[in-house]
Write a protein that binds this ligand. Structure first.
Ligand code: SAM
Length: 230
């Protein structure tokens, strides 16, 4: 998979993806993440990319020309799925991460300032929000999207790091996990996990996942029950 990110702050993104699982995924060739500064595509000598809004009002608006010029300079941009990061987009979920992880080429635009010239939207296929809150820019949002979808590309996680039990993958939150020591300040690891009885361990984990989801996320729990009925 290739991911091209259009941003005004490449330094915010590049160092983050040099590390850990996403860094190794790039070394292995499972994904190539290219970060582009779309200020390079400004149409004036001051390299500006924003301007005041028509009709007045607070803040600056991202201009359409630098974004479209940057987009068109990317190889394969016609076929790529083009994503615009915005709090006005569809809410991002694990199931959307799964769908996006199956694409060959993504282009992601990180906004800044007060917002986009509305005409920018015509050049993108999907608008994504990572939650009902407003960030100063799209970089952190784009990084969350990239991180969550790259780990789902086959071969990126080893079997030992499998994502199949992750929270949300079955509409349930993940069961509680423990590691050494067996007892810490009087708090013991549940006996069943020390039993070596895999069937009982699986039953316990499923029950705990159900209990936890029902308590913390009744909305997800209802969804799970509906899915199980069908
Ligand atoms: N005034 C805009 C509005 O109300 O929709 C918000 C602009 S925000 C300050 C600047 C940029 O940050 C956005 O264009 C978007 O790229 C990014 N951003 C902020 N919150 C986001 C969120 N929840 N999800 C995705 N991107 C977000």
């Amino acid at each position: 998979m290739t991911i091209d990110v259009l941003t005004l702050f490449p330094d915010m993104i590049e160092p983050v993806f040099k590390h850990s699982i996403i860094g190794r995924a790039q070394e292995k060739g499972s994904v190539t993440i290219n970060v582009h500064d779309f200020r390079e595509f400004s149409v004036d000598k001051h390299k500006s990319v924003d301007d005041t809004p028509y009709g007045g009002g607070a803040g600056m608006v991202l201009r359409v020309e630098p974004v479209v010029r940057a987009l068109r300079a990317l190889e394969g941009h016609e076929q790529a799925l083009k994503i615009l990061m915005t709090p006005q987009g569809i809410p991002y979920t694990q199931s959307r991460a799964q769908t996006l992880s199956k694409n060959d080429h993504l282009i992601i635009l990180c906004g800044h300032y007060e917002g986009y010239d509305e005409r920018i939207r015509d050049y993108f296929d999907v608008e994504i929000s990572i939650g009902d809150y407003v960030l100063t820019g799209g970089e952190i949002a784009a990084m969350a999207v990239i991180d969550s979808l790259v780990r789902l590309i086959p071969g990126v996680l080893s079997n030992a790091q499998s994502h199949e039990d992750d929270s949300f993958s079955m509409s349930l939150l993940e069961y509680p996990q423990y590691t050494k020591p067996r007892i810490f300040e009087g708090k013991s690891v549940p006996e069943v996990l020390l039993s070596g009885h895999h069937e009982n361990i699986n039953i316990w984990r499923k029950e705990e996942a159900l209990k936890r989801t029902q308590k913390r996320r009744p909305d997800l729990y209802e969804k799970y029950l509906k899915k199980s009925e069908n």
